[in-house]
Ligand binder design. Structure first.
Ligand SMILES: C[S@@+](CC[C@H](N)C(=O)[O-])C[C@H]1O[C@@H](n2cnc3c(N)ncnc32)[C@H](O)[C@@H]1O
Length: 357
């Protein structure tokens, strides 16, 4: 439940939350303080959040379209500086949405670094704005920055995961994700490493979240996401923002995010432990992490050379081959997440874990 007190210039929100921890059962596959002022960057309340305002300055917020949400929070995300993790102050359009990105001008309240939006997204990488300095990421990150891969991604590449990996396909995956996220529906969600926004767009269109942040390191993936959005008439652009950021340096304050989804991305991250630690940092107590990836187990895992081979592949490509579910569970636990669950289908696995409340 959230209690909001409004004055003419600022509002403070005290959130009482008691999110549930994750299910500890392992199931096999498919049976089926937010304080804000007018100066800080805040994001508009949309479908999922309905303001029930009395004529006085007392406002209560309540999830609208979500009947089974137990403790849906109604927080918005305040974007943070990826260097200081402190709030960004808006110098341009104070409301962030897909459409307002070109007018966005944000500044860190501590280091004073400025972050600007371009036609499609806001760049919140640490090196944004650098003129001379450039830094190459590992191949598994750089590959997706290519315009060609970004163009092809939802035009066949992603679909191929179902054929050779056992991914159930976007519709089924979306249904499973929603099941996991029931306790936090109505809150905000970060679609981490969103690619061209396959799931970010579904999250936004579902109206189940107060805000969706589509986040990726690839400028071209974000541009492609913007193009897909532009092609759809009546797309709900007001509850979605496109942000460029590194998964290991998330531009959100600690404990500010209700849910993080990461589809088919864990194995592409340069350091899964640095990434999951960041996700754990930004999740609020009771917040959920849901992700899909591949596992190479079964008869392959017994091959004696697979361990060293995996390390060599990882060093060259930057990608990570998981050999067992227990590795993923260990990773989540090591990063302070609890209640690990997993669903499998061949190489595909969907995992969830929660920030302890
Ligand atoms: C296989 S795609 C997954 C896209 C989408 N989430 C899906 O479910 O299809 C992996 C994504 O991870 C992103 N990625 C790789 N390294 C990253 C990093 N260091 N920070 C943020 N995103 C990264 C890539 O740009 C790419 O869009």
């Amino acid at each position: 439940m959230a209690m909001v007190t409004l004055s003419s210039f600022s509002a403070s929100v005290v959130l009482t939350r008691g999110g549930q921890t994750g299910k500890s059962s392992r199931s096999f596959f498919f049976k089926p303080l937010l304080i804000f002022s007018s100066r800080f960057v805040t994001l508009k309340s949309t479908f999922a959040t309905k303001m029930l305002a009395s004529s006085t300055a007392f406002v209560k917020t309540k999830p609208d379209s979500i009947s089974d949400a137990k403790e849906a929070s109604t927080s918005k995300i305040i974007l943070a500086c990826p260097i200081c993790y402190d709030q960004l102050i808006s110098k341009g359009d104070p409301i962030l949405s897909v459409d307002s990105a070109p007018r966005s001008s944000l500044q860190c309240s501590t280091c004073m670094k400025a972050y600007l939006g371009n036609d499609t997204h806001i760049d919140l990488t640490v090196a944004s704005g650098a003129k001379e300095y450039g830094e190459a990421m590992p191949a598994s990150t750089e590959l997706f920055r290519s315009p060609l891969i970004s163009f092809l991604y939802e035009r066949g590449w992603r679909q191929s995961f179902s054929i050779w990996g056992g991914f159930p396909g976007p519709e089924k995956e979306f249904e499973l994700i929603k099941e996991y996220l029931k306790p936090v529906l109505g809150g905000n969600i970060v679609d981490a490493s969103c690619g061209s926004g396959l799931f970010s767009r579904l999250f936004a269109k579902s109206g189940l979240f107060s805000l969706v942040v589509a986040l990726d390191f690839s400028e071209n993936m974000l541009r492609q996401c913007y193009e897909f959005i532009k092609q759809e008439k009546s797309f709900p652009k007001e509850n979605l923002i496109l942000v460029r950021a590194d998964i290991a340096r998330l531009p959100f304050p600690s404990r500010s995010v209700d849910a993080v989804h990461a589809g088919a991305a864990l194995h592409c991250w340069p350091s899964p432990s640095a990434a999951v630690a960041e996700i754990s940092r930004v999740l609020r107590p009771g917040g959920f992490f849901v992700a899909t990836t591949y596992i190479v187990d079964g008869p392959y895992a017994a091959l004696p050379l697979l361990g060293p081979l995996r390390q060599s592949i990882g060093q060259i490509s930057g990608s990570h081959i998981f050999l067992a579910e227990r590795e993923l569970e260990d990773l989540c636990n090591a990063c302070g997440l609890v209640g690990f669950t997993s669903k499998r289908n061949r190489r595909f696995v969907m995992i969830s874990a929660t920030k302890p409340s």
